[in-house]
Design a protein around this ligand. Structure first.
Ligand code: SAH
Ligand code: SF4
Length: 366
């Protein structure tokens, strides 16, 4: 399929950059605030809805920016109310965005907490041995606008089904940057996108409700620690010793545990927030009691929370998910050692919700 040359998505603009653009187009800068209002507060889907802008400006905007937040190709709903969107970017690239709903205790049945999992790259260069996203390597970074537009997709979809009070801007409660790609390898675009999300003229969404997950790019963890926003950090650990982590994640050769763990500690200290360690349980690879003991020690030293995720088998990869008995044995051992831990079972398993899996299924069926 051929794709028309892409216009940049409007969602990558900041108030500043839009003001600059307006100036160079001979338009007054105050229009930028009006445009942002239409995009994020009123959620306009077409330039012509922006009735307080002159027609000529609406036409210039139309030829310069894309207001459609990508194309929804597939929309899969799982039995446990995880929903996965497969989105097609203007150049045809496929990207996954996942909506995870968790019931909220005591707030009525139809009120659930909604977490959106967004992608930052097409493919991934890091080649972790359990992950579908890395299977065919890195294709390209997503632009800031493409990252924000995943959230706008979800907002538009929600607006279609549920009328919204204008003041409730974002129709989700948490954002996790855990989809396809390594967010810290696309640092500039990631930060710009998160700032649009965070800004009062944007989605006005609190930084403390945004979690960035990384496979452990140490210099970028340290850089993020210095940013003014209080983003939460999750680190994909998956091995509690260098020997085991080396076998699962090639990045461990570059940033082994003795450099990664101090960087995580520094992040925690500079933000005053608890870090999450993600640990996928893979049968007989990293689910031994020795690994549990080493992991408990790491988590206690870092005052971190451990998120255990039973491995979702990826076609073409040899590893298996451990039995429930082995999963429980590992989990119990962590608890007995005093570690803070939860086990995340089965969210979206039936719709291939682990990162990169839906895209992989779609591409291999094509
Ligand atoms: N690159 C970043 C963020 C994307 S991957 C990182 O590595 O942290 C984020 C998470 O996707 C992984 O940590 C893991 O929790 C999940 N994941 C990927 N493949 C999976 C699989 N096959 N089974 C279960 N979880 C998986
Ligand atoms: Fe890339 Fe993260 Fe997948 Fe590793 S786990 S291949 S870093 S997306």
């Amino acid at each position: 399929m051929k794709f028309a040359p892409a216009k940049p998505p409007i969602y990558g603009q900041t108030l500043d950059s839009l003001q600059q653009w307006l100036k160079s187009a001979g338009e007054p800068a105050f229009r930028a605030k009006q445009i942002m209002q239409w995009l994020y507060k009123k959620r306009a889907k077409a330039w012509d809805e922006m009735t307080n802008l002159p027609q000529s400006l609406r036409s210039t905007l139309e030829t310069s920016f894309d207001i459609a937040p990508s194309k929804r190709l597939l929309d899969k709903q799982s039995a446990d109310s995880t929903e996965k969107l497969l989105l097609q970017m203007a150049d045809g690239a496929l990207v996954e965005t996942v909506v995870i709903r968790a019931p909220q205790i005591g707030v009525g049945l139809n009120k659930s907490r909604k977490t959106i999992c967004i992608s930052t790259q097409v493919g991934c260069a890091y080649g972790c041995k359990f992950c579908a996203s890395g299977l065919s390597g890195w294709k390209r970074d997503l632009s800031a606008g493409e990252i924000v537009s995943q959230l706008i997709q979800v907002c538009h979809q929600e607006d279609d089904s549920t009328p919204r009070a204008e003041e409730s801007i974002a129709s989700f409660d948490n954002v996790v940057v855990m989809g396809m790609g390594e967010p810290l390898a696309n640092y500039e675009n990631l930060l710009e996108a998160l700032r649009v999300l965070n800004a009062p003229w944007g989605l006005n969404f609190g930084a403390r409700r945004i979690t960035v997950s990384t496979s452990g790019i140490v210099p970028k963890i340290l850089e993020l620690a210095q940013e003014p926003e209080q983003f939460r950090l999750a680190v994909s650990l998956h091995g509690a010793t260098n020997e085991v982590r080396d076998a699962i994640m090639p990045i461990n050769k570059r940033y082994p545990l003795e450099t990664l763990l101090p960087a995580i500690k520094e992040y925690g200290a500079s933000k005053g927030r608890m870090i999450t360690l993600e640990f996928i349980l893979i049968d007989s690879v990293n689910d031994t009691l020795d690994q549990a003991d080493a992991l408990a020690k790491i988590a206690t030293d870092l005052s971190a929370h451990i998120n255990l995720i039973p491995y979702n088998a990826v076609p073409g990869m040899d590893w298996k998910r451990p039995s429930i008995t082995r999963q429980d044995r590992f989990h119990d051992r962590l608890k007995n050692k005093g570690a803070r831990t939860t086990i995340r079972r089965e969210k979206g398993h039936d719709i291939a919700a682990a990162c990169g899996q839906l895209k992989l299924q779609t591409e291999s069926a094509a």
